[in-house]
Design a protein around this ligand. Structure first.
Ligand SMILES: [Zn+2]
Ligand SMILES: [Zn+2]
Length: 254
């Protein structure tokens, strides 16, 4: 977990970003401001990332994309490995506009950037499979389910599944996406009494986790007022499984 916060500047919680290591690949989900520095704190550089997935294009989720690509070109050791960037519908248009603004500063020389839009699909990436579903936040919003397969029949390590909500309101697609997941990562923006449309609260997180029957629930994307509330306690009224309140640089095993 690189950033467990929101758009609100906080020394404790950086803007949204998390890394999943799956099938030998390194996947970055969202890159709010401060992500490439948090990556360093986690021992990961811009060379290591194979894929970047975006849940949506709100600035608190994408603002370190430009610095990521800029440093990949102009650092003393430029990136040479292909970079796949994946987003929901509309992401290509967004990227085109960014390219127009920054021109050659965003054009890689020694590697290739592949942009892919996916929404409501299941795609086999070889080392892992990705299912996406549109979620209830803005029209480009998608949630992701990443699945790995068991390495061999005799192996103890079964396939794992992890689901990332990004920002979202309560919706059936999220429950479907999270069905029986090993880890369900949900945004938990604000306490129940401060609920705003397009985001979920501890009670709603608990309901979604219970309905999807996930094995472990990880809550993140906390506005500062969440830090004065017993988030897990409220959530537990609905969901009986393990609840993790995310913190920056926390590592979670599936
Ligand atoms: Zn957000
Ligand atoms: Zn948002």
């Amino acid at each position: 977990m690189l950033g467990s916060g929101t758009c609100v500047p906080s020394l404790k919680r950086s803007s949204p970003a998390l890394i999943i290591k799956a099938g030998g690949k390194v996947l970055l989900f969202d890159s709010g401001s401060g992500t490439i520095r948090r990556m360093l704190e986690a021992g990961i550089t811009y060379h290591d990332i194979d894929y970047i997935f975006y849940t949506h294009i709100h600035p608190d989720h994408v603002s370190d994309l430009v610095p990521f690509i800029f440093t990949s070109k102009y650092a003393e050791q430029p990136r040479i490995k292909q970079l796949d960037i994946i987003g929901g519908k509309g992401f290509k248009k967004f990227y085109k506009k960014l390219s127009k603004v920054y021109g050659k500063w965003l054009e890689p020389e020694l590697y290739k950037i592949n942009i892919k839009e996916i929404s409501n699909k299941r795609i086999d990436f070889g080392n892992f499979k990705v299912t996406t579903k549109p979620l209830a936040h803005i029209k480009e919003s998608v949630g992701y389910r990443i699945e790995t397969e068991a390495r061999s029949e005799r192996s103890e390590s079964n396939g794992k599944s992890i689901v990332i909500s990004g920002d979202t309101d309560y919706c059936k697609n999220l429950v479907k996406l999270g069905k029986d997941a090993d880890i369900l990562v949900l945004e938990c923006s604000l306490p129940d009494e401060k609920r705003v449309k397009g985001h979920i609260t501890p009670s709603l997180c608990g309901r979604i986790a219970a309905e999807s029957n996930c094995k472990k629930l990880v809550l993140t994307h906390f506005y500062p007022s969440c830090d004065n509330v017993d988030i897990a306690g409220i959530c537990r009224k609905y969901y009986k499984g393990e609840i993790v309140i995310a913190e920056d640089l926390m590592r979670i095993e599936a």
